[in-house]
Design a protein around this ligand. Structure first.
Ligand SMILES: [Zn+2]
Length: 211
């Protein structure tokens, strides 16, 4: 028996908490993704995860049935599939555009223009697996995929980091690191922003103090 309760968070985003007898709670992120995925995609994914098609089920019943039937690891794979269905086919520029639009909403103003930070003014100064440090216009700009950390020393980021919004240097860096990693960073940022529950692990937006 599963029970979903709908809450409205202060930012107006709907969040869902699910309590199921005898099983761990469904992560809010999975619930939010399911709620935001169209019924045909849910039907398709349910079949792919081994659930026989039952015609005529409502969307709510479909979701309920998936949550009841799939084992924990199946639910984790389903979450990955839902994320791939939503963002997998989008080019880097579009993913970055979604991030910038989300930044603009957070900041209540337009975000810095990417073309104000030309790629030829960026120099890679350090690279270790999953981590890139560039210098751009005198600032150190770090993307650390493993630590889930974004850092830049510029004045704009001192303001925007607290609101978890990127500066033009970090946005530019995301167009310079290898595409497969940029995609991973951008999708992870988008999913945690759009669908992460309050307990979801978040990215650290770090504005280091100038010595
Ligand atoms: Zn910056």
């Amino acid at each position: 028996m599963a029970m979903a309760t709908e809450n409205t968070a202060e930012n107006g985003r709907r969040t869902f908490q699910v309590v199921r007898g005898g099983r761990a709670e469904i992560p809010p992120r999975l619930m939010n993704l399911l709620r935001d995925t169209s019924a045909p995609v849910i039907v398709y994914l349910a079949e792919r995860h081994g659930l026989r098609r039952v015609p005529g089920l409502s969307r709510e019943d479909l979701i309920e049935r998936i949550l009841r039937r799939l084992p924990e690891d199946g639910l984790r794979r389903l979450e990955d599939d839902l994320i791939a269905a939503r963002y997998g086919g989008q080019p880097i520029e579009e993913l970055l555009g979604l991030i910038m639009a989300s930044d603009a909403r957070r900041l209540g103003r337009s975000t810095p223009r990417l073309d104000a930070m030309p790629p030829e003014h960026a120099t890679l100064i350090e690279r270790t697996p999953g981590r890139w440090v560039y210098t751009m216009h005198g600032y150190d700009v770090t993307i650390d995929l493993r630590q889930r950390r974004l850092a830049c020393g510029c004045a704009f980021f001192r303001f925007s980091a607290g609101r978890q919004a990127l500066c033009k240097h970090l946005a530019r860096a995301l167009t310079l690191i290898p595409e497969v990693y940029a995609r991973e960073v951008l999708i992870d940022l988008l999913v945690s922003r759009e669908y992460g529950g309050p307990d979801a692990p978040n990215w650290e937006y770090d504005s280091p103090k100038v010595a």
